[in-house]
Design a protein around this ligand. Structure first.
Ligand SMILES: Cc1cc2nc3c(=O)[nH]c(=O)nc-3n(C[C@H](O)[C@H](O)[C@H](O)COP(=O)(O)OP(=O)(O)OC[C@H]3O[C@@H](n4cnc5c(N)ncnc54)[C@H](O)[C@@H]3O)c2cc1C
Length: 500
């Protein structure tokens, strides 16, 4: 991949050192721009930052790295190599799935082995898995390149590549419908559709395009960088700094400055003004619109317009540093007894008493996260976002913590877990909103509904204010690390085109 390196005196100011902001920062710095990143937290990474509790280290948010090829590409564009910064481990099994009836399925990174496991558990269904892989491979080949280009203009829908891919986008079907054609058993259908939750959506409502999520896992693998996924953001910051980028942590931005319909810089919370030739907004989309841009600069994205959009669910997080280990997979997902009702409850803003949950048991792969003889458990429970009206006050939080801990003990076999906890941290949907600046606490951003995809998702070149660019999970192409890296790359390309 050739990397055009320019020397320019142009300054690009970036709000937020999350994965989106950092991708743009390292590519732009490599291309010779003066890059200045302003991050409100004391560390880089945003939702992808480290969370430290005593001697234990956790990832705050992302724990699955998928399609690492995209990471390779953005590092290469920044003149760096992933392997010089990160040690990626491919996980096998992909994860352990435990269903409501307590039966378990552990898909392997080896397809033949997965067929054997499927046939043993669900006789005669192994062939469906092979058909699913073939179908999804073709779908990814057609669909994924379409997600990697900007959709700033309605006529971008007329691109030949997209027109050809349209029948494969499955926009008229749900992820569940797409997968159901390959598998008869409900457990298998859930195994290949629960990934819609990575977008904070229901498999029964998420557009069929996103059946590619489970296929990404099966075809390209799931990876864990030793040290934690936050090491990716830290490495990106190192690469950007290596090209001269300034990354100012503990530097909250108050608002975007503009003149005559053009972004001209940033005003920091400290009152300092930063001049820039372009501004990249890497903060959460809904937050950035409603808090960082003056009303005339955000045009149709009024408070009302932003509020009325559809958002993903939120998460209740429990980070436990425990004595001893847990003999289980790295990723473990426990489905509620009635998974469909649970998913429906989230959509209607109700907190389920029988939630599904995910436990990352990273110490089985990565000895760097906990002191010898102990381990980290990262527990994620998808819950309604803050439009539910729940306050998540101390009593509500304590009650839900009890529910989650008792589910953990009963479903994982970790009896006596509470007595083994040495460190504990909690993040509620209200914390996501108030501390991480995540609009509605909808951690997976704007929902990926048809009317919020491609041209209808916020553009990487902001449509309302010249010289302003948007990156991150709330923008095109979407939420999830690979697409967020793409948003940073697309924005960097657009800046190279516009500001030279
Ligand atoms: C619990 C959880 C689990 C997830 N799991 C996965 C996963 O396994 N795999 C995956 O691919 N994706 C996952 N995601 C989704 C997604 O990859 C992450 O949320 C990702 O970190 C989003 O990146 P971003 O750049 O869009 O936003 P952020 O990471 O939120 O970055 C925005 C940055 O802007 C900063 N900021 C905000 N306001 C200001 C301000 N006023 N001034 C200065 N700075 C500001 C923030 O502090 C933050 O650093 C997960 C998300 C969550 C929350």
């Amino acid at each position: 991949m050739s990397v055009p390196v320019t020397r320019t005196d142009k300054t690009i100011a970036i709000v937020g050192a999350g994965p989106g902001g950092l991708t743009a920062a390292m590519i732009l710095a490599r291309r010779g721009y003066r890059v200045r990143v302003f991050e409100k937290d004391v560390q880089v990474g945003g939702r992808n930052a480290a969370l430290r509790a005593g001697d234990f280290t956790f990832d705050t948010g992302p724990t699955f790295l998928m399609v690492p090829q995209i990471l390779d590409e953005v590092f290469e564009l920044a003149g760096a190599r992933v392997q010089d910064h990160l040690e990626l481990r491919r996980l096998d099994p992909l994860y352990r799935l435990q269903f409501g009836d307590r039966s378990e399925f552990l898909p392997s990174a080896d397809h033949d082995e997965t067929v054997r496991r499927i046939d043993a558990l669900f006789p005669g269904e192994g062939a469906g898995y092979r058909r699913y892989l073939d179908h999804e491979r073709r779908k990814i080949d057609a669909v994924f390149p379409c997600l990697r280009v900007p959709y700033d203009k309605p006529w971008h829908y007329l691109r030949l590549r997209l027109l050809k891919a349209l029948p494969k986008l499955d926009l008229n079907k749900s992820v569940y419908d797409c997968v159901a054609q390959f598998f008869r058993h409900e457990h298998l259908r859930i195994s290949f559709t629960f990934q819609a939750k990575y977008l904070g959506m229901s498999p029964w409502e998420c557009p069929g395009t996103f059946s590619i999520l489970s296929a990404f896992e099966h075809l390209f693998g799931i990876y864990h960088p030793i040290g934690g996924l936050f090491r990716i953001s830290e490495s990106m910051a190192d690469v950007a700094r290596g090209h001269g980028a300034e990354i100012h942590t503990a530097s909250p931005v108050r608002r975007v400055l503009s003149r005559n319909g053009r972004a001209t810089g940033l005003e920091l919370a400290s009152g300092e003004r930063v001049d820039a030739d372009a501004v990249v907004l890497g903060a959460d989309f809904g937050y950035a619109m409603t808090q960082l841009l003056d009303a005339p600069d955000r045009g149709r994205f009024t408070d009302e317009n932003v509020r009325q959009r559809e958002y993903s669910c939120s998460t209740f997080m429990l980070y436990l540093g425990i004595d001893g280990g847990w003999d289980a997979a790295h990723h473990n997902i426990f489905f509620s007894d009635d998974y469909r009702s649970y998913v429906r409850d989230i959509g209607t803003g109700r907190l389920s008493r029988d939630p599904s949950f995910y436990v990352q048991n990273a110490s089985v792969t990565d000895p760097t996260l906990a002191p010898t003889g102990s381990s980290t458990l990262y527990v994620l429970v998808p819950v309604p976002n803050n439009t539910s009206g729940m306050a998540w006050n101390a009593d509500e939080t304590a009650a839900f913590r009890e529910t989650v801990l008792s589910k953990l003990e009963s479903r994982t076999g970790l009896h006596g877990l509470c007595g083994r906890i040495r460190e504990e941290r909690i993040i509620t949907p209200r914390d996501w909103e108030s501390r991480a600046n995540v609009y509605h606490g909808a951690v997976f951003n704007l929902a990926h509904t048809i009317n919020q995809m491609l041209y209808f998702r916020p553009h990487n070149k902001f449509s309302e204010l010249d010289r302003c660019y948007l990156v991150g999970g709330g923008t095109h192409p979407g939420s999830g690390l690979p697409t967020i890296y793409e948003s940073g790359r697309i924005a960097a390309d657009l800046i190279l085109r516009d500001i030279h």
